[in-house]
Design a binder for this molecule. Structure first.
Ligand SMILES: Nc1ncnc2c1ncn2[C@@H]1O[C@H](COP(=O)(O)OP(=O)(O)OP(=O)(O)O)[C@@H](O)[C@H]1O
Length: 275
């Protein structure tokens, strides 16, 4: 009963947040054209083409193994770290082809990432958030204090941790750790944040908090999120791409995907007939 009330309150808040936010400004932030990806001989992505709009939340859904995480990782060239990966096609961010430019560090600063499991360092909350900015050469305590506070506020966790910034981040709950990971990403001042099933290891209450946070964050960031949770995609995203066997079967507004999908396979998936 308590959970039902919480959920309906949460759904209402997320919906209100979404409504309050101005309609997308219609600017394409990420443009993908004819993208193919091979792990050695094995093809994992087939001729993907889609445009991701600035300051929108785009959800990637589909059954296990259909290529969602692989695609997500192409957006900040994380697949470059895997031996034998071969990519053809184009991805441009702000009209710059990210596979032609060699500055991968700059790219990963602009395109931050939050993983399925919180992966904090065994150090204090403060040092976790300050880690990236320090790596960029910021030494002034005053400046770092400001970045840490702003990032923790941006990740909606400042009030919970402001009195224990110097204690170990690993002492926090899973949900809090995930929000620190989001703060750590924000501290790098990215424009795009990729999230790979960010709530799959979290309990329902922490999940709600992260979802509210995502809805709030899209005023500042372009967010691409992989999720297995269809309700989550419906709640937090503006656009949804349905992946199947390495292809994008359908990409449209989330409302349309969940109410009037064009492709029978999308309908079968979202109604739980397979997956
Ligand atoms: N490092 C890798 N080397 C070889 N094959 C890989 C590698 N990573 C993923 N694959 C394969 O690529 C395909 C797509 O995997 P991917 O993890 O992108 O799917 P997914 O939709 O994110 O799955 P899930 O929902 O289970 O996380 C799968 O067949 C997978 O086995």
């Amino acid at each position: 009963m308590v959970m039902t009330t919480l959920l309906s309150k949460h759904n209402k808040k997320v919906k209100e947040d979404l409504q309050q936010m101005t309609e997308s400004n219609g600017k394409t932030k990420i443009s993908v054209r004819d993208l193919n990806l091979f792990y050695g001989e094995k093809q994992a992505l087939y001729s993907l083409s889609l445009d991701i709009q600035e300051k929108e939340v785009t959800a990637l859904i589909g059954p296990s193994g259909c290529g969602k995480s692989t695609f997500l990782r192409t957006l900040n060239r994380m697949n470059d770290l895997i031996d034998g990966v071969n990519i053809t096609g184009d991805i441009t961010i702000d009209n710059e082809n990210i596979y032609q430019s060699t500055d991968v560090i700059k790219l990963r600063t602009k395109v931050g990432m939050v993983f399925q499991k919180a992966n904090l360092f065994p150090m204090s909350i403060y040092d976790n958030v300050a880690y990236g900015p320090r790596g960029q050469g910021i030494k002034s305590k005053k400046e770092l204090d400001k970045i840490v506070e702003e990032s923790l506020r941006g990740a909606a966790i400042w009030d919970e941790v402001k009195d224990r910034l110097k204690t170990s981040a690993l002492g926090l709950s899973g949900g809090q750790q995930q929000r620190i990971c989001i703060a750590r990403a924000i501290a790098m001042k990215p424009e795009i944040i990729l999230m790979d099933e960010p709530t799959s290891a979290l309990d329902p209450i922490s999940t709600l908090k992260v979802e509210e946070l995502i809805a709030d964050m899209k005023k500042d960031y372009t967010i691409v999120i992989v999720t297995h949770n269809m309700q989550q995609a419906a709640r937090v995203s503006d656009k949804t791409a349905f992946f199947l066997n390495g292809e994008v079967v359908e990409f449209d507004t989330t409302d349309k995907i969940f109410s009037v999908p064009k492709d029978q396979r999308t309908e079968d998936y979202i109604t739980g007939r397979f997956g």
